[in-house]
Design a protein around this ligand. Structure first.
Ligand SMILES: [Zn+2]
Length: 201
């Protein structure tokens, strides 16, 4: 089971393949698949008629919420070039390196406190580990990130790693490419602003 991943918002209904239009309401289902989390975006009709009545019987049901589709704006040069905390989180989750889980989690907490991403839900995986479900409201992308249960004594080290990654980018795993462009000039997120969340475990 891979709980640590990104699920992007679909541009059409998973059931009827009808294209979403700007400002349209849709329903997101999050399910446990065999290998990874599955995301299903549904139009209101399919949700109400085919899924809602049997939501409790759905195999692997984890979570569900309503969203409003936003048509993607044309990309600007600025947006393409900007390598900031958001794109660092995306790269970390895509890299899916267990050694970087702590940093990914701290970065997600930072972005959540800045209201750049929002907590949608949380669940326990099969090992009992708590997994947080975050959504980026603008893009609709969903990040599922396990809680590494960081101890207070580990925090400074992880924050230093996050600061380093924001400044120098993610090292290339194969060493084939030049280092990523700097994200040090991103004013939105300060790595030092994070304190540990109280664990209720
Ligand atoms: Zn549909």
């Amino acid at each position: 089971m891979q709980d640590w991943n990104i699920q992007s918002r679909s541009h059409e209904c998973h059931e009827c393949a009808g294209a979403f239009v700007d400002k349209q309401s849709y329903r997101t289902l999050l399910l446990h698949g065999d290998e990874e989390m599955l995301r299903r975006d549904l139009c209101a009709n399919c949700w109400n008629e085919k899924f809602r009545p049997r939501i409790k019987q759905l195999t692997g049901f984890v979570s569900s919420w309503q969203g409003t589709y936003e048509a993607p704006p044309p990309p600007t040069q600025d947006a393409i070039q900007k390598d900031n905390a958001e794109s660092l989180l995306r790269k970390l989750v895509e890299r899916n390196d267990p050694d970087l889980l702590d940093a990914s989690y701290i970065l997600a907490v930072m972005l959540e406190r800045k209201r750049i991403i929002k907590v949608k839900d949380e669940f326990r995986d099969e090992t009992g580990r708590r997994v947080h479900v975050y959504e980026h409201p603008k893009t609709g992308d969903v990040f599922t990130i396990p809680d590494p249960n960081l101890h207070l004594s580990q925090l400074a080290e992880v924050q230093a790693l996050v600061s380093q990654l924001m400044e120098h980018g993610l090292p290339d795993p194969a060493g084939a490419e030049s280092p990523n462009e700097s994200a040090a000039d991103n004013p939105e997120v300060e790595a030092q602003a994070v304190a540990p969340a109280e664990s209720d475990d």
